[in-house]
Design a protein. Structure first.
Length: 222
């Protein structure tokens, strides 16, 4: 899952990025409101962490702009302001949640999980054939056997299952995986697909990850 952080304190960004990536999230970031609006408009994010006190356009304006543009990505506002009035204002303009600084990272993770929980369902497990992916515990099983995955492997497998039966190009898979500031390695997707196949397909008769020559990859149980 992909998260956008809009925050002007680089130390906070680095802290959040490290913690979120350890939890298998992919992270982009922006230091000001105008760039944040641009990134949220041209990319698809699962969640936005938005500070109120940011330059060029503050968090209130960013939230208003995104909602007026019909971008309904869940927004958690992060700010040093903690008065009831500030919280009400943030929620009234379209934010989904509000967390005052300083906050514990574990509380932030809990609030993120609430926002990312599948709508109209309490089921947080993705399934295809006998393969299961738990989005909360970040664990994988096939035929009830535990599979150890790295954060990047988990992210790619999650993306494949969410788009099961669809052919996904290397570019699309890489975009779901990579941060904007990472070096784009030309063979990185093939490397991760190879590793995933060794872990979730090689020990089993039915192969789930398929290569569609000249087009990309897909996962299905046919």
């Amino acid at each position: 899952m992909k998260i956008l952080i809009i925050e002007d304190d680089e130390k906070i960004i680095n802290f959040l990025r490290k913690g979120l990536e350890e939890e298998s999230y992919t992270v982009d970031s922006s230091l000001n409101g105008e760039e944040g609006i641009y990134l949220a408009s041209v990319n698809i994010y699962d969640l936005i962490l938005l500070d109120i006190m940011i330059p060029l356009k503050d968090g209130i304006e960013v939230c208003k702009t995104l909602r007026n543009s019909n971008i309904q990505t869940p927004i958690i506002m992060l700010t040093a302001k903690d008065s009831i009035e500030d919280k009400i204002k943030g929620l009234d303009i379209g934010a989904n949640d509000y967390l005052a600084k300083p906050f514990s990272f574990s509380e932030l993770l809990a609030r993120i999980r609430v926002q990312l929980r599948p709508k109209n369902s309490f089921d947080t497990t993705l399934r295809i054939a006998d393969l299961e992916l738990n989005l909360l515990t970040k664990t994988a099983k096939r035929a009830n056997n535990n599979i150890t995955l790295t954060a990047k492997e988990f992210s790619i497998l999650e993306f494949l299952i969410k788009n099961k039966n669809q052919v996904l190009s290397e570019t699309i898979i890489l975009d779901s995986l990579s941060n904007l500031d990472e070096i784009n390695m030309s063979n990185v997707v093939n490397v991760y697909i190879y590793r995933l196949r060794n872990k979730i397909d090689k020990p089993y008769t039915k192969k789930l990850i398929k290569t569609v020559r000249g087009m990309g990859f897909k996962i299905n149980d046919e």
